[in-house]
Design a protein around this ligand. Structure first.
Ligand code: HEM
Ligand code: HEM
Length: 190
């Protein structure tokens, strides 16, 4: 076992950039879910009403930027091929599962942006820079985007849970390199 030191993926291993982005986004998204539910429980008079939604929106816009970087990086630097022991059905299921995770991330993040900008106000990211609002696309945009946001973020967390279980199954039951390679560890023996 050795650390894969290259920044780019190769045909059998994820490189350090894909690994860093995967884990940074996974942690941020998992943390954002309870933060969002907490926002729902706040009233106008809670002191957190002025801070927590600001953090949720600011972190969310940084995650959206990272998703765009990730998609560009992935287009320039294809993911490694499936481990040798994975059959045709499993390869297809993996492709569909990963595509669903990307789509859910995108819709969850864009719907969050659409709730926040429905009234035409820009999003102020940690008092650092602001992201302008686009003209509203649908009537009642705040409510429509709010429903979409709730369901897509919930589906994203459920999918990510299944995805993590699948990774653990490969590691502990099938004993293949699926999980180690998303930690940039090379298993030369496999
Ligand atoms: C919100 C949480 C997560 C999201 C959104 C997510 C998303 C993704 C996506 C989109 C890929 C495909 C990467 C590519 O383009 O090739 C991927 C790969 C992977 N993820 Fe996650 N992930 C999350 C959490 C986790 C967790 C908790 C684990 C393990 C316990 C995990 C294990 C893996 C593994 C092993 C791969 C590589 C799969 C392969 O080689 O085919 N992920 N993840
Ligand atoms: C993947 C990242 C995100 C996750 C997991 C997430 C999760 C959640 C959850 C679970 C809720 C509570 C349910 C709801 O009321 O809809 C929520 C609320 C909210 N989120 Fe997010 N969110 C994310 C990204 C964003 C982004 C990027 C923005 C805006 C820039 C945003 C803005 C909001 C707002 C304004 C609310 C309150 C909505 C309301 O009270 O109706 N979220 N979020």
């Amino acid at each position: 076992m050795a650390l894969n030191r290259s920044l780019r993926n190769d045909d059998r291993h994820y490189g350090l950039i894909a690994v860093a982005i995967h884990w940074l986004m996974a942690l941020a998204i998992i943390g954002m879910y309870p933060l969002g539910l907490y926002i729902d429980s706040l009233t106008y008079y809670d002191p957190e009403y002025r801070t927590v939604p600001h953090w949720h929106k600011s972190i969310g816009m940084l995650i959206l930027a990272l998703l765009l970087v990730r998609l560009v990086w992935r287009a320039l630097n294809p993911s490694p091929a499936a481990p040798a022991g994975h059959g045709a059905w499993l390869r297809l299921a993996t492709k569909v599962g990963h595509a669903a995770l990307y789509l859910l991330m995108l819709v969850a993040l864009v719907s969050g942006y659409m709730i926040s900008t429905a009234d035409g106000a820009p999003i102020d990211v940690f008092n650092w820079f602001s992201v302008p609002a686009l003209p509203a696309l649908v009537e009642n945009q705040e409510d429509v985007a709010g429903d979409i946001h709730y369901w897509t973020t919930t589906a994203l967390i459920v999918m990510a849970g299944l995805h993590a279980l699948a990774a653990l199954k490969h590691h502990y039951l099938d004993r293949d390199e699926t999980l180690t390679r998303i930690f940039a560890i090379k298993q030369e023996t496999l």
